[in-house]
Design a protein around this ligand. Structure first.
Ligand code: MCA
Ligand code: AMP
Length: 502
């Protein structure tokens, strides 16, 4: 079976060895250096006795050694399972057990706080520079992942509460992301300013693997800081990719530092995705910098799917049309296509589709109809085919700051609190986070838990961004005649006067 997709990633490293591939505050890593370090990782992984298809979980920040490790995992024919370092005990344990991880590689500073509750049999190692690679005549560790094997498992929240591993092949990554070279006019002179985490498709596939495919340099950051993005652009970065929350923060920065607008104006391209970009942000950013942000849409399960055009109208509030190779349909509940202007669910098919959910054949089968992936996003098409995301089919999926969050997971944790009788968690439209997490809580009779205590309770058990930012006590939850909790009235009750419409 062919390894052409992996070779496409590798050629970006081998053809221009002196090319500065990753630039951080502290180091410049050339393509050759990254290639050699990834070889050392592949040797080490193989040396541990890992065999083809074994899952290697990685709990790491966005730094060059983590990138070398990811490539080493692919070179050794193993499966990369990146994990969000914000995860706490139970979330982390779920992923490690679900994917059947053979090893965990972890940044040393994360180890102490994160690893106390690990499955005890799982060996872990700190991500430190691997030993120098063996001499050139040593047998090559290369047995790269083949085009239709699984290269990557990305964990994403679903409507069942527990996150699922999305299986992505090297072919899907290279074909889907490769289409952006033409579409967004990337060339090897481009320099990407990247402050997205590397455990989601946006930062890892579109950002890092995209840079290898398009031949770009990446200025890589462990955290998002508006001033650092401005500094990147002052030092030759040409492209920035971010979630809408980051653009809101860039606008705040511009208000305090108007002189930065001229620096941002030098960029070639700003893209936004992972959550809805509010038209007010798009327009304000354009007024200040002269740049109209290019909004696009994707999912862990589909990689990059829809995009506004590079040339032509980048329409406020719209996510564009299918990227090359993709097709989209808007369908009603019976799966029939609806007319433009009518609301329907978005179904897509194309090169970036996942292979399925890891270890979940029924859920995989349920996600597809006749080869079309049912996104769960509700959309409307403009008369010229431009698509607009209107909402989600499930009210239990929340997008906060670009992170997907399951309302059910937070509800379960709240219901475990000794003073909580029942709880409903919702996404409330929010100017900063897109949606903020709100909780309606029915206290046990005779108790009155404070909002602070409930928030702390969640924050001790789940990743920090899942804690409710608003908690309201209610005598009872609104229910329909069948007793099912009705979330729209809860959202209405939690809205504040200055919240945006959507
Ligand atoms: C941080 N906080 C948040 C979030 N992030 N609260 C709600 N939602 C969030 N997303 C809170 C922390 O809990 C903390 O709260 C306070 O903000 C400061 O934390 P800090 O870590 O300093 O925040 P930050 O570094 O400024 O993070 C904001 C962020 C981050 C940079 C926007 O959320 C982020 O990196 N988001 C991107 C996620 C992403 O890559 N999504 C792509 C997936 P307190 O102070 O109260 O304790 S979608 C995808 O990949 C598809 C395929 C696609 O479309 O491409
Ligand atoms: P994830 O599973 O974390 O990859 O998130 C995918 C989801 O993010 C999609 O199903 C959409 O609901 C949402 N999303 C991605 N891009 C956009 C966008 N440009 N506008 C609105 N929602 C988006």
């Amino acid at each position: 079976m062919s390894t052409a997709a992996f070779e496409r990633l590798a050629q970006g490293l081998r053809q221009r060895p002196e090319h500065p591939l990753l630039i951080t505050e502290h180091q410049v890593v050339t393509a050759d250096e990254l290639w050699r370090r990834s070889r050392a990782w592949a040797e080490r992984l193989r040396g541990w006795g890992l065999t083809r298809g074994d899952r290697v979980a990685v709990l790491a920040g966005a730094h060059p050694e983590a990138v070398a490790l990811m490539l080493g995992i692919l070179r050794a024919g193993l499966v990369h399972v990146p994990i969000n370092p914000r995860y706490r005990g139970a979330e982390l344990r779920h992923v490690l057990v679900d994917c059947g991880a053979a090893r965990l590689l972890c940044d040393r500073e994360l180890a102490d706080e994160r690893l106390e509750t690990l499955p005890s049999a799982l060996p872990w190692h700190a991500i430190e520079a691997p030993p120098a690679p063996a001499k050139h005549d040593a047998p090559s560790p290369d047995a790269p992942v083949r085009d239709d094997e699984t290269a990557l498992l990305v964990y994403t929240s679903g409507t069942t509460g527990r996150s699922k591993g999305v299986r992505l092949s090297p072919r899907a990554i290279v074909d889907a992301i490769g289409a952006l070279t033409e579409l967004w006019r990337f060339d090897p002179h481009d320099v990407l300013s990247l402050a997205l985490p590397l455990f989601h498709v946006h930062g890892l596939c579109i950002g890092i693997y995209g840079a290898l495919i398009h031949g770009m340099t990446v200025r890589l950051h462990e955290r998002f800081e508006p001033a650092a993005v401005v500094d990147d652009l002052a030092h030759g970065a040409t492209v920035f990719m971010g979630v809408p929350t980051m653009y809101g923060r860039l606008l705040e920065h511009l208000q305090a530092h108007p002189e930065a607008a001229a620096v941002l104006a030098r960029a070639r391209l700003f893209t936004a995705g992972s959550a809805a970009l509010r038209p007010a942000v798009l327009e304000r950013f354009e007024q200040l910098t002269g740049h109209r942000i290019l909004e696009r849409y994707g999912m862990s399960e589909t990689l990059i799917t829809l995009s506004n055009p590079y040339e032509g109208e980048r329409r406020a509030g719209a996510v564009g049309r299918p990227v090359p190779g993709f097709e989209a349909r808007v369908v009603d509940d019976a799966g029939h296509e609806v007319d433009s202007g009518e609301l329907g669910e978005l179904w897509v098919r194309g090169p970036g589709l996942m292979q399925g959910y890891w270890g979940r054949p029924e859920e995989t089968a349920a996600a597809f109809t006749d080869g079309w992936f049912r996104t769960g996003d509700m959309v409307r098409a403009d008369p010229d085919g431009m698509l607009r995301i209107v909402g989600r089919r499930s009210v239990d999926i929340i997008k906060s700051g670009g992170f997907k969050v399951s309302a059910l997971e937070i509800e379960e944790v709240l219901r475990d609190h000794p003073q909580v009788e029942d709880a409903a968690v919702v996404g409330v439209p929010d100017a900063r986070w897109g949606e903020r997490i709100g909780a309606a809580v029915v206290p046990r009779p005779g108790t009155a838990p404070s909002a602070d205590a409930l928030t702390r309770w969640v924050a001790e058990r789940l990743a920090d961004y899942k804690k409710p930012r608003q908690v309201e006590l209610m005598a009872e939850l609104p229910r329909n005649a069948l007793g099912k909790v009705q979330k729209p009235p809860i959202v209405a009750a939690l809205r504040r006067p200055d919240d945006p419409e959507r």
